[in-house]
Design a protein around this ligand. Sequence first.
Ligand code: GLT
Ligand code: MN
Ligand code: MN
Length: 389
Amino acid sequence: MSDRFSPTPEQKFTFGLWTLGNKGSDPFGSATRPGLSPVEIGRMIADVGAYGVNFHDNDLVPIDATPAERDQIVRDFKKMLEETGLKVPMATTNLFYDPVFKDGAFTANDPRVRAYAIQKTLKAIDLGAEFGAGVYVFWGGREGLETDAAKNPAVATQRFREAMNFFCEYVIDNGYGMKLALEPKPNEPRGDMFLATVGHALGFIETLDHPEMVGVNPEVAHEQMAGLNFLHGVAQAWERGKLFHIDLNDQYFGRYDQDFRFGMADIKRAFMLVKFLEDVNYEGSRHFDAHAFRTEDYEGVKDFARGCMRTYMILKEKAEQWNKDSEIQAIIADLNSDQDGANALLGAYSPEAAQKLKAAALDRSVIAKRGMRYERLDQLTMEIILGVR
Ligand code: GLT
Ligand code: MN
Ligand code: MN
């Protein structure tokens, strides 16, 4: 079925090989779907109408592949990309699956692990560059600990910084022109992970040698696992030009990392997120880092993928409706209107401005009497989302 909610290339909808290729295994049970080759997954991603495919090095090339096998895999995958028109906007490194990373990668205590992790990432950056990936993601899946006796978190931060500085120089040296994006997560699989939230990552980035090259790849579920408002992290990153990529999915608060279909758990938060991304003309990929329920076969996986994109498109239309709604806009205008000329008291510091402000008559009991109409505003928002307005 093709309608106005069908995916468009302008939306830059992407999926990782690991998302549609997810076989349904979890910590308590084995795979419920047969494995597919990277080319087969790529075809499925193209088939549902997405714009691009992202991968970890080992989603594409097995960790123990010979150079000849690697070259053959790369050739086959490139052929599939040419045939389908799919792009590879983002690439990343698997620094979490192999037992060597049991104590982390860039922050592991054993220097051999740190060296191996950096070596593996350099090769994976080369692989991403070969496919024209413009964004390189760093999800510190194993960067963390179970006991604080294991590591000094300040030392871990320094090790992480040293590695990121190394990669920035490598990308510059090779003229790859890539941007690097840190993906925060508070826990799972480690008991506690370093750079736990978007806020931690944004603070860290400013301490790097090339902060201009590094931004974030926030994931809905990761911030929600920590009980945070995802949109606030996204907005703060965007406002500083740091929203290089985004991982869309969904998650109920207080649960394990669920990686649900976008919008299925908290539609109102999904709506506000889509509205934000569209209002600010976010130009990066809208990457769905999620997977189908374990109950599904590959038809169900396609239903899942189409659902992610369709919900996004529906919410985008609802966001346009919200922006055009005269009652909503009247409330917004009133909320932000200049009251008693108070705008003139605000702005940059000067000794005169401070004097003027100190002398201003601001009657707090009068000001506090004003009703904000947020109940009405939220109900109107609900009615747009629920489709009755
Ligand atoms: C893994 C993780 C994701 C990260 C991927 C990138 S891998 O599936 O759960 O959140 O984005 O490394
Ligand atoms: Mn996740
Ligand atoms: Mn992710």
